[in-house]
Each structure stands twice: as structure tokens, then as C-alpha cells.
Design a protein around this ligand. Structure first.
Ligand SMILES: *[C@@H]1O[C@H](CO)[C@@H](O)[C@H](O)[C@H]1NC(C)=O
Length: 339
């Protein structure tokens, strides 16, 4: 009984803290008259392709009002960020999310936002705002797409991507540029990487778990090292990409193949060479474990390890290992196909 109470108390504190954080320090806790706060849950997490509901409940209905849902961050530049507006009777959805957004309307006080077939870009914060002409009020909720962050380097070497090239490189690997939150979370889950990469907001960072001299110094505490915002067309770095679960599967073809042969073998099986994001996704979500290097779509050779063992790359932690971009005529590797 006591422990149940403690759990409830802990949950309350967590939600409360989240509510404060989400206001970015601008609004101190004020009691809302119409909107339920804290919201039922301040963070909703789901995988790509799933459906999610962001809760927003009215405690009572003012005589005239609108509820407006907006995406707060990360804000795609130049895009309309209003997602949906309702006046309690009818609603209309706007912008890139319009086709996939609707109201749950489980009852007359329910203004919860429903998003279907989630995409990687849906990750971020949303605001539910009650507008009644007098004292508008709002709550902010986080939609977290469950996924995996991976570092990515150009085939022409270290630090070759402008911001735009980094974005395109992630997209070509079935991923998006990672946000700072996603990189931060990946760091808490074990990502240690000593090459700086672009993030979605145009800043450059890298995550360090084991402090060492070449990676920001061995006196610094473990953490995310920051180069701050960088010049998007003149500066060059690697990139951090983010991806989530895929509908298809990755499988290994155990033959000794050149890159061209690997590409053909996958096509013969009605598949194609896997993208780096798809291999990471299979490793993260389906625990793919294979001690053989295989060609991928971008000409790199990698293999996914979930149960580290000595004769399998030698590293103590799970991860996707890379042989870089070998000579494409070498017949030393198999193929990872996606279909
Ligand atoms: C999401 O919702 C749509 C429409 O309500 C439904 O057809 C679909 O099966 C749902 N998808 C999942 C993954 O539950």
C-alpha cells in the first residue's frame, strides 16, 4: 500500500516537473481554469507507423472558445505550424500534418489530438491552447518517436558534410537529422562517439561517455560536447541521424560478393541493399545479431552485434560495427538486404 502511494507520488512529481520544463521557464505554474493541467500524461511515446493521442482535456467549457493545436518545436522553417483548430463543434487541420491529424472527441470535453501513421518528423513538442478571448491558456506535451540515433560519415571521409548534405545523407539512409534530445537520450543509453556531427537545429555536438584527451579532454565529465551553432554552408562535419522501426525486414546473404553482386543478389530476392538506418533499426528493435560484414546501399560494410563476444569485433558493447567503405570489387563480404 505504502509503496503504491510512493509510486503515485513519484509519478505526480515527474509529470509536474515535466510541465514546468515544457513551459521553458516563461510561465510559472499557474492554475488553469479550463484546461486540465498537468495533462493526463505530458509525454507520449510511439514508434514510426503507430498512432498516438496527445491528451488535452477541458475541465469545463467556456461559452465561446477555440482550441488550437500547434507544433512548437522543432519548427520546420517556413512551414505553417498550426496543426488543428476546433470551436467545439467542427475542426480543421492544417499544414504538413493535416492528413494525419484529427480530434479524438471521446466526449464533449475532450480536445485530444490524434495523429496516425507517425513519421520520424512528428517527434517534438505540441501545444494545446484554449482561446476564449479573455485569458487564453495552454498546455505543452511531448511526442517522442521511439528510435535509435546513429553517427554517419561521408564515403569521402571525416567532416565532409554541410548542414544540407548531412540532412540529405540521413534521409538517404531512411532517417532524419537527430534532435539534441534524441542525441542526449542516445548518450544516456550508451552512445559514445568522438566525431562531431550536425543536429537538426544546426548545432554540432558529439556524445562522450568515457572522457579522453582527444575527445574534449580527459578532465571533462562525460556528456554531450558542443561546438554550438555552425555555419550551415561553410562548415563541414559528420552527422547524427535518427530512425525508428521499419515495416520491412533486414536479412543477411552469406556469400562472398562484390558490391555490384551484392546489389544484384538482393534484387533477385525481391529486396534491395539495406540502408544504414534500416540496419540500425533491425539491430535496435529486432535485435539482429550477425558476426559477418555485409554490403549496404551506400557502399559501406557493417554488421550488427547485440550480444558482444570476443571474436566479433572485440568491442565490449552492443553496436553496429563498420568496416567503412571498402574497395567495391573486393569479394570479402556478404550482403544485408531489406525487403
Ligand atoms: C491507426 O489508425 C487507423 C485509423 O483509425 C487504423 O486504420 C490503423 O490500423 C491504426 N494503426 C495502428 C498501427 O494501430
Amino acid at each position: 500500500m505504502q509503496s503504491a502511494a510512493a509510486v503515485v507520488l513519484l509519478l505526480t512529481c515527474l509529470t509536474w516537473t515535466a510541465a514546468i520544463l515544457h513551459h521553458g521557464g516563461q510561465t510559472v505554474q499557474k492554475t488553469l481554469r479550463y484546461l486540465l493541467e498537468p495533462p493526463v500524461y505530458a509525454e507520449v511515446s510511439a514508434r514510426r507507423g503507430a498512432n498516438a493521442t496527445l491528451p488535452c482535456l477541458l475541465r469545463s467549457r467556456p461559452p465561446h472558445y477555440k482550441v488550437r493545436w500547434t507544433k512548437v518545436e522543432p519548427l520546420p522553417r517556413g512551414l505553417q505550424n498550426v496543426v488543428l483548430v476546433t470551436n467545439g463543434h467542427a475542426h480543421k487541420a492544417y499544414g504538413p500534418l493535416a492528413r494525419r491529424a484529427s480530434l479524438r472527441r471521446a466526449h464533449p470535453l475532450d480536445a485530444s489530438l490524434r495523429l496516425v501513421n507517425l513519421e520520424l518528423e512528428d517527434d517534438g513538442q505540441y501545444r494545446c491552447e484554449l482561446i476564449n478571448g479573455l485569458e487564453d491558456e495552454s498546455v505543452v506535451l511531448t511526442l517522442r518517436i521511439e528510435g535509435v540515433v546513429f553517427p554517419y560519415q561521408s564515403s569521402s571521409g571525416r567532416y565532409k558534410f554541410t548542414y544540407r548534405q548531412a540532412k540529405e545523407a540521413c534521409e538517404a539512409q531512411d532517417a532524419t537529422l537527430a534532435t539534441f534530445h534524441q542525441l542526449y537520450r542516445a548518450w544516456t543509453e550508451g552512445l559514445d562517439w568522438c566525431n562531431a556531427g550536425w543536429l537538426k537545429d544546426g548545432t554540432v555536438h558529439y556524445p562522450i561517455l568515457h572522457s579522453r584527451a582527444p575527445c574534449g579532454g580527459d578532465h571533462l565529465l562525460p556528456g554531450i560536447r558542443s561546438y554550438g551553432p555552425r555555419h550551415k554552408t561553410e562548415d563541414h562535419f559528420d552527422t547524427f541521424c535518427f530512425t525508428s522501426i521499419t515495416s520491412g525486414h533486414v536479412f543477411f546473404v552469406d556469400e562472398r560478393l562484390s558490391f555490384t553482386e551484392a546489389d544484384r543478389v538482393c534484387r533477385d530476392k525481391g529486396a534491395e541493399l539495406a540502408r544504414v538506418g534500416q540496419l540500425y533499426s533491425a539491430w535496435h528493435f529486432r535485435r539482429l545479431d550477425r558476426c559477418d560484414g555485409g554490403w549496404l546501399h551506400d557502399g559501406s560494410v557493417r554488421f550488427p552485434i547485440t550480444a558482444p563476444r570476443e571474436h566479433c569485433g572485440g568491442l565490449p558493447n552492443p553496436g553496429v560495427r563498420s568496416f567503412g567503405y571498402p574497395d567495391q570489387t573486393e569479394r570479402l563480404y556478404g550482403a544485408y538486404c531489406y525487403g
